[in-house]
Structures are given as structure tokens and as C-alpha cells.
Design a protein around this ligand. Structure first.
Ligand SMILES: C[S@@+](CC[C@H](N)C(=O)[O-])C[C@H]1O[C@@H](n2cnc3c(N)ncnc32)[C@H](O)[C@@H]1O
Length: 476
């Protein structure tokens, strides 16, 4: 391909070092991600990870050379880390998330930002994660289970018509579909795909989605608008249009983007001879050569508050304990107070779900899922799901088997592994939580008087064919 292609050569005049920008667009990216604050990583049990460095601007984020090693796999399978491109991590960083809040992620799949928001809420609050694509929402459901996100409700509306709830959201993320030019370091072909008709369609959608986001946020609350493209038509021009056309009661003002330790240039206030609102300089353009990342755009719109606007409901904190009598296995092996952040909900005849005590889906929404997969109801006795074992397995007082860290790969390879110490399971089941250093790895079946445990980890988890990945790691 001639480089730079027309689609990005037009941005040369917008950056101070065009050559550095073009060269950077063609270079592959390093692996970046972040640590799940609610999970203790098991990988330190097999030694430190010298290849992981902390991000300059986010002490919870890391960069590393590759994913093909045992430590990375351990932390990924247990949900202790998420993989996410560095520039894409910034949108949620700008949302001032407080425990107990109600948040809407309008275009949520495959779910990286959903996971960021959910873990920042901790075990509190409610996050509605919406995406028009049921298939992509399936990937998001996998993220929910792998990372143990009990406060997420999923829906599958067209964001342009997302039902406006009676009680508005504290903040909304509109991470809209776009021409994705900023992902060229990962997907080089993307720069050849764009055409004018497609851009016109995208822009129309982006404006309608952002307008809907503004209607769903409470007065005084913020909408973060983000794209992974450089195109001003999809960035500043969309925001300018929404600010300009806002009907009475839905006016917004832009808030200055600030990310200490991370470099970006201000939003444009002119494009193609058109003068845009001066406040658009408060937006952020993340160019790949500035921080060695992908490209990204960010805007924060605060919905204006009038004197007569009062917040309808403050976040409620509910504290009823989980009904362990409904889950006899839990009553035997867990203390009720350890389980107090969650409750169970009968959602289908296959699985009960685990949800945060405070998680309350807005009324009137057609819901795909609430919380995460809990007990498996398909057999004679309800059984743990892998997601539930990973979420609460470290709290179990019975029904666990501890194995050596050096056996963890064999366990994920679905082998039978020797047990170091164990506590017997509930009499009606042979299911055990397999642990390492007290942290849960997943499920197993007790065999031959607890000397060994047979792995019951799924073959595919987090979208990964685990046996293939282990084979690759072992042949390195
Ligand atoms: C940029 S991606 C979102 C990435 C996601 N926020 C993340 O961090 O993993 C855009 C998403 O918007 C969804 N989408 C496209 N049109 C939509 C619409 N009209 N309503 C809701 N979602 C839409 C796509 O299916 C896609 O998953």
C-alpha cells in the first residue's frame, strides 16, 4: 500500500510532526491492559513479571511485550487482567465514577470499557451496557463472567432510540461506531476501507447517538463521547452539531479534558473552512506518535443544570444478606456475611445469576442479562459455574482444593492434578473450587479421597482456545 494513504495524509497539516505521525501509524502496537481491582493476580506465585511496565498516566495500567507466556495466561483466565489498547482506556478515565451511581454505556460491545466502568463502581451501583449487535453482546457476556462483573445489566437497543428512563443516569458513555482510522496499527487494512458515503452514514448515526446520550443523562451529569478515528467530521463536527442544535432543557457545555502524564492536542475549532465553537478546543485528539498508542478522540459534555432541576433519586444502598437457603451449597461452604455484597436472581431455568445488592435495572427496559452467571441449575443438584467459582471461590470455607502454582497450566489444560490441601465438599456434590495461594482458578471434581482433583475448566474461556494457547506457550 502507498503510505500514507489519502485517508490519513489529509491530517498531515493538523500535527506538528507529520512524518512521526505517518510512521507511527504503520508500526505495530505493544500489548497494553489493566489490572482488575477486585481480583488478586495469581501470577506472582510463579515469580514476578519483569516484562510488564506501569503506564505513565494510569498506575493500574500496564504495557508488555507479548501475551504468550504463562503469567499472562494465568492472569487473563482468572479475570485479574483485561487487555485493552492504551488510548481506548482514556474514555472511562474521564468519567467521574462514584460508588452507587447509575451509568449507561450506549455502544458497549465487546465490553472493554464496560469492564472498566463496572470495576470502578466496585460491587455497587448499576451499569447498563447496551449494544445493537446481539452477536457482539455475546462477547461482552463472556467479559462479564471472566472478570466477575455483578453490577452490569445488558440490553440490545438501537442507541438512537434507547428508552429514556424516568430516573436519568449519572453519566453516559457514547463510544460510537466510527471509521476506526486510529486502529491502523492493529488493523492496517482499515485505512483503505473508508469512503464518503460510509462516512456520511456514520456521522448521521453519531449525531443521533450523542443526542440520545444527552437525553439519558441527568442535568449536571456528563456524557463522554469518544471515537477511535482522526476524522474531524466524526469528532469535533459531531459535537459542534449536537451543542448547536440542543433543544431547550438539553443544552450542554464542554468540560476540559485532562489526563495528567498523557499527551494529546486540543480539539479543532476550524475544519474545511468552517468555524466551530471555540470551546471545542477542550476536547482531546490523541495522535499515535505522542504516546506510542492508537489514535483516539475524546469530548466531555456536561448537561446544563437549571435552578429547578433536582436530582430525582440519590443512589440507594441495600444491605440485605444473600438468601443462602435458596443455594444450600453456599450455606454449607460460605458465611452469609462474606456474601453480603450480592444477591441471587432466578433469570432462566439454566442458570441463576449473581448480582450486586444495589444493582437495579431501570424500569421498563427489555433486558438481556442481569449480573453474571451464578449457579448452574441444569443437573440434579445446582452446581457452581466457572464464573461464580472465579468470583467468590477465595471466600469458600469448604469444598476447596489447593494445588501448586506449577500445576496451574495442567489444571487449565483440563488434566487431573495433585492436591496439596483440601476441605471436603457439600455431601451431595463432588464439585470443588480449585485454588492456588488461596485464589480461585475454577472448578474441579474430587477424586480418589482428595489426593487428586480433576479439572473442570471450560475448553474455551474469554474467547481463548485454551489448549492451543498452552501448547504455544510450552513450545516456545
Ligand atoms: C467502537 S465500538 C464500541 C467499543 C466498546 N465501547 C468497547 O470499549 O469495547 C462501537 C459499537 O457500537 C455498536 N453499534 C453500532 N451502531 C449502534 C447503534 N445504532 N446502537 C447501539 N450500538 C451500536 C457496534 O455494534 C459496536 O459494538
Amino acid at each position: 500500500m502507498n503510505f500514507p494513504p489519502d485517508s490519513i495524509s489529509r491530517y498531515g497539516s493538523l500535527v506538528s510532526e507529520p512524518q512521526a505521525f505517518f510512521e507511527s501509524c504503520a508500526r505495530p502496537l505493544s500489548v497494553t491492559g489493566w489490572y482488575n481491582p477486585s481480583k488478586k493476580a495469581v501470577s506472582p506465585l510463579i515469580g514476578t513479571a519483569p516484562d510488564r511496565t506501569t503506564l505513565n498516566w494510569d498506575s493500574n495500567g500496564f504495557k508488555c511485550a507479548d501475551m504468550l507466556n504463562e503469567r499472562f495466561l494465568m492472569d487473563f483466565l482468572t479475570g485479574a487482567i483485561a487487555i485493552q489498547e492504551e488510548s481506548a482506556m482514556t474514555s472511562v478515565h474521564l468519567m467521574d465514577i462514584q460508588p452507587g451511581q447509575r451509568i449507561l454505556d450506549l455502544c458497549a460491545a465487546p465490553g472493554n470499557k464496560t469492564a472498566q466502568i463496572s470495576t470502578r463502581l466496585g460491587e455497587s451501583g448499576t451499569l447498563v451496557a447496551n449494544d445493537i449487535s446481539k452477536a457482539r453482546l455475546g462477547v461482552l457476556h463472556g467479559v462479564i463472567d471472566r472478570m466477575g462483573l455483578a453490577n452490569v445489566v445488558t440490553t440490545t437497543y438501537d442507541a438512537r432510540q434507547f428508552p429514556i428512563p424516568h430516573r436519568l443516569f449519572d453519566s453516559v458513555l457514547a463510544d460510537v461506531p466510527c471509521s476506526c482510522e486510529g486502529t491502523s496499527r492493529k488493523y492496517p487494512g482499515i485505512l483503505l476501507k473508508n469512503n464518503q458515503n460510509e462516512r456520511t452514514r456514520l456521522v448521521r448515526n453519531q449525531i443521533e447517538i450523542l443526542e440520545r446520550a444527552v437525553r439519558c443523562v441527568r442535568p449536571g451529569g456528563c456524557v463522554v463521547y469518544s471515537t477511535c478515528t482522526y476524522a474531524p467530521e466524526e469528532n469535533e463536527c459531531v459535537v459542534n452539531d449536537v451543542l448547536k442544535r440542543a433543544p431547550s432543557g438539553f443544552e450542554c457545555e464542554l468540560v476540559q479534558v485532562q489526563i495528567p502524564g498523557f499527551h494529546f492536542s486540543p480539539g479543532l475549532t476550524n475544519w474545511n473552512g468552517e468555524h466551530l465553537d471555540d470551546s471545542l478546543s477542550k476536547c482531546a485528539r490523541i495522535w499515535p506518535h505522542l504516546n506510542d498508542t492508537g489514535g483516539f478522540f475524546l469530548a466531555i459534555l456536561r448537561r446544563c443544570q437549571r435552578d429547578d432541576d433536582v436530582s430525582k433519586d440519590a443512589p440507594k444502598i441495600k444491605t440485605e444478606p444473600i438468601l443462602t437457603s435458596e443455594w444450600p451449597w453456599l450455606a454449607h461452604d460460605f458465611s452469609e456475611s462474606d456474601l453480603s455484597p450480592w444477591r441471587s436472581i432466578a433469570f432462566s431455568n439454566k442458570y441463576d445469576r449473581l448480582m450486586g445488592q444495589e444493582c437495579e435495572p431501570p424500569e421498563g427496559l427489555k433486558i438481556q442479562t442481569i449480573g453474571m452467571t451464578g449457579l448452574n441449575l441444569k443437573s440434579q443438584y445446582p452446581k457452581f459455574s466457572t464464573a461464580l467459582a472465579l468470583k467468590i471461590g477465595h471466600l469458600a470455607r469448604g469444598a476447596w482444593a489447593e494445588i501448586e502454582p506449577e500445576r496451574a497450566l495442567d489444571y487449565w489444560d483440563r488434566k487431573t492434578v495433585p492436591v496439596l490441601t483440601s476441605q471436603t465438599p457439600y455431601p451431595s456434590t463432588r464439585t470443588m473450587i480449585v485454588r492456588c495461594g488461596g485464589q480461585s482458578l475454577g472448578l474441579g471434581s474430587a477424586s480418589d479421597t482428595s489426593l487428586n482433583v480433576q479439572s473442570r475448566f471450560p475448553k474455551v474461556w474469554g474467547g481463548l482456545q485454551i489448549a492451543d494457547r498452552i501448547r504455544q506457550i510450552r513450545t516456545l
